[in-house]
Design a protein around this ligand. Structure first.
Ligand SMILES: NC(=O)NCCC(=O)O
Length: 394
């Protein structure tokens, strides 16, 4: 069973709330989250709270607002971000693991539907343990499935239609030629598949040796036009590449999901910054979703850093959150438990922020296109100005 270590704290918010009071808490919250305390929540049915509670899923809600416009009605959409631990041990048969995850997902989607969620997204490769550190092929490559006809997409197509909900399904994909990919399938609220996006940047850092398992995307930065808004998917490690985020914005995304699997020792200082910065820089909502728990594997592996072999990556710290184009962010989910974050976004905020700051008028794309083209050539000479090259002034 994936376990959360006892000493893991629940998160920054719990620390703030248990150590600060009244005005200090309000001020700290405003500085850290860019919004008022207490955070503005949604009214949701008691049945959703009960279902989440009996399923041991933390349920948090948040509302982003935009100024009311005269000519455009508000464009409110609810997103559901689901983070989870593995329900079974990593050495359970992979089919049983997938079935257990499917059962958990049905509960989370049901709770999300009761909260009026329009677009739901899972964490990266949610149907399997995050086994890539092991570099063992079997049984993990058996977890790969068809993006179009695999059992997970089939299950979610039914749920998407039943709940009138777009579902983003990040899986390890096996295509018809037996090439593996790290893929997010976008399933429309009609139950049809709109398309898929694949991971552009593959990590080779610490225990994240994923190039052993799947190939780099050749699909670019597709943006999917759904009934609820234009969405893109930047999978996990792609969040360290600002241009990866930028391309989804240039292709018109209003919401970019970042399904992830990352651990505290490696990336926790980056986590609360990267998606938030992407939302600000690209004038869209960014939804960051991380795995939870410590997954212990049967065999030891090393990180190639001279340290002892080990059987786990460390703690996947959850902390999923939504960031708005205005720099504000929602509260985060727990670092240690399964959770569903339901956030209401008014997509009008994207254009309002662009206009307020003049970001689209000042972005200077042709200048960067020219410079990037030059910088991508092997003979590129970096533009460095040195004192040595200046004529002496005296
Ligand atoms: N899953 C994945 O790409 N993890 C890499 C580590 C990180 O990006 O924090």
């Amino acid at each position: 069973m994936a376990s959360s270590k006892q000493q893991e704290i629940d998160g920054l918010e719990t620390l703030l709330q248990s150590n600060l009071q009244n005005d200090e808490l309000r001020q700290a919250w405003r500085l850290l989250y860019g919004s008022e305390y207490p955070p503005s929540q949604l009214t949701i049915p008691k049945s959703a709270e009960e279902l989440a509670s009996t399923s041991k899923i933390q349920l948090k809600t948040y509302q982003f607002t935009a100024a009311q416009e005269q000519l455009r009605p508000a464009r409110k959409v609810r997103v559901g971000l689901f983070q989870n631990q593995l329900p079974l041990a990593t050495d359970a048969p992979v089919g049983e693991q997938r079935t257990a995850l499917h059962k958990l997902a049905e509960k989370a989607i049901d709770a999300a539907a009761q909260c009026g969620v329009n677009i739901f997204c899972f964490q990266e490769t949610w149907t399997m343990p995050f086994a890539f550190a092991t570099r063992e092929r079997l049984p993990w490559t058996e977890c790969a499935e068809s993006a179009e006809d695999g059992p997970t997409t089939q299950l979610l197509r039914g749920l998407a239609k039943r709940h009138n909900m777009v579902i983003i399904n990040p899986i390890l994909e096996r295509d018809s030629g037996d090439v593996l990919w790290n893929t997010a399938v976008v399933i429309s609220n009609s139950g049809q598949i709109i398309g898929k996006s694949r991971k552009n940047h593959i990590p080779r850092v610490g225990d994240f040796n994923e190039s052993t398992y799947y190939m780099e995307s050749t699909l670019g930065h597709p943006v999917f036009e759904t009934q609820f808004g234009k969405i893109g998917i930047n999978i996990c490690y792609g969040r360290h590449h600002p241009l990866n985020w930028a391309m989804f914005g240039l292709n018109g995304a209003e919401i970019v999901f970042n399904p992830s699997a990352t651990v505290g020792a490696l990336s926790e200082p980056l986590w609360s910054i990267e998606a938030r910065n992407a939302a600000i820089a690209n004038h869209y909502f960014a939804c960051a979703i991380n795995r939870v728990g410590t997954e212990i594997f049967p065999n030891e592996f090393t990180s190639g850093d001279g340290k002892p072999a080990h059987k786990d990556f460390g703690h996947f710290y959850g902390s999923s959150y939504v960031a708005g184009p205005d720099g504000s962010r929602s509260p985060g989910l727990s670092r240690v438990t399964d959770g569903l974050l339901v956030a209401e976004l008014d997509l009008n905020l994207c254009r309002q922020v662009k206009d307020k700051w003049g970001f689209r008028m000042t972005m200077r794309l042709p200048m960067y296109a020219e410079q990037y083209t030059k910088a991508s050539k092997p003979d590129y000479k970096p533009q460095v100005v040195s004192e040595k090259e200046r004529p002496k002034e005296d």
